[in-house]
Design a protein around this ligand. Sequence first.
Ligand code: IMP
Length: 433
Amino acid sequence: MSNLCVIGLQWGDEAKGKLVDLLTERFQIVVRYQGGANAGHTVVAGSETYKLHLIPSGILNPQATNVVAPGVVVHPATLLREIHGLEERGVDVAGHLRLSERAHVVLPWHVEEDRIANETEPGEESIGTTLRGIGPCYRDKVGRRYALRLGDLLRDDFEERVHQICKFKKRYLSEFSEYPVELDADQIIRDYGTMGQELSAMIGDTNTFLLDAAESGQSILFEGAQGALLDVDHGTFPYVTSSNSSGVGVCSGSGLPPRFIHQVIGVAKCYSTRVGGGPFPTEQDNETGEHIRQLGKEFGTTTGRPRRCGWFDAVAVRYTARLSGVDRLSMMMLDVLSELDEIRICVAYEIDGRQIDDFPSHVEDLRKVRPVYETLPGWQTDITGVRSLEDLPANAVAYVQRISQLVGRPVEVISVGPDRTQTIFCNEMLSVV
Ligand code: IMP
């Protein structure tokens, strides 16, 4: 059986949780390999809605083992809240979750640093982070000296390390913060020590576990968080997250080499959204954007912030589909567009009087581009009850087909609502490529 990655191809929030949930029953292991509690995955199963931040969506499949791999940054309190919430609803978490001792820990100073870093000078555009301490935690990981990993919470020198790091962080933070920064090392030791103990049975060497599993042919599903345009190296830098959220991050984050990645499904919404700052060429800061926001319930799972909404950007998604090695597409939230008379797709950009098809690498160039649109007729029919390609209105099929053509990948799945059942599997892959 082959291993599969699910990668978001836009700026996150592509409804990957729903797809992963649909796929998990085919896999023995589900791996989360980057990001942290900045992510928010919503899974709707029957009348139950689950909002997950750190735990892989595979936790709802009682057969699967779920792994939080080394590339994730873990906020233990959020993780425990999630575990308790799931257990209260009858989900057996402890027996199905493994946490890498190599995964870095988000500590109180990281959240403070995130707040300070988000304060901007007048006129400056903020990255608009989720304020979960994600960037500062990754910064300390790369800086090495002031970092703690999950396994460190259980080691003899844990107290000493916290005292040492706290001393430095207090000095460092008071320099930049306008407010006094309270960091009580003893309290942090008590809190994180207790949480470490509570999680200890799940903490271990996931690298060996995954290598053994992959080498013995077990099936693995890799669940990406955020979207490829937020990739720290390949996205719309600096308006990105701090991890490799495109397909290229799977190996470094999980600890499994490329030979164990067999297929990649790219997930995209049938329109675009973005939270936080940064250029967004097809943004519709108008009635259309508001219409999409209301119908798509485009408010952040993690922060509740209204998401910026706009037309589908085929230039951006073609780039991220190539970057992530995508084999097939899963097109989400087609139903949200059902009431529109006309729908636009950005097919190219215009910059300095030239037309380009490639996604610019510099954010200032991306700010300057003007989208070149193609306009397609809408379908004005409720499609939330449609379950097969034949029953979709012809204009809806034509819209998805055009996306497939522009992105250069076949479409395998179309989602027409949040529930598991509101999904169309295109038997004959919907493709003109
Ligand atoms: P950070 O990841 O909290 O540092 O935020 C950096 C940027 O990534 C901000 O624009 C966030 O809004 C965005 N971001 C982070 N996580 C997500 C996500 O799961 N969905 C959408 N945007 C995200």
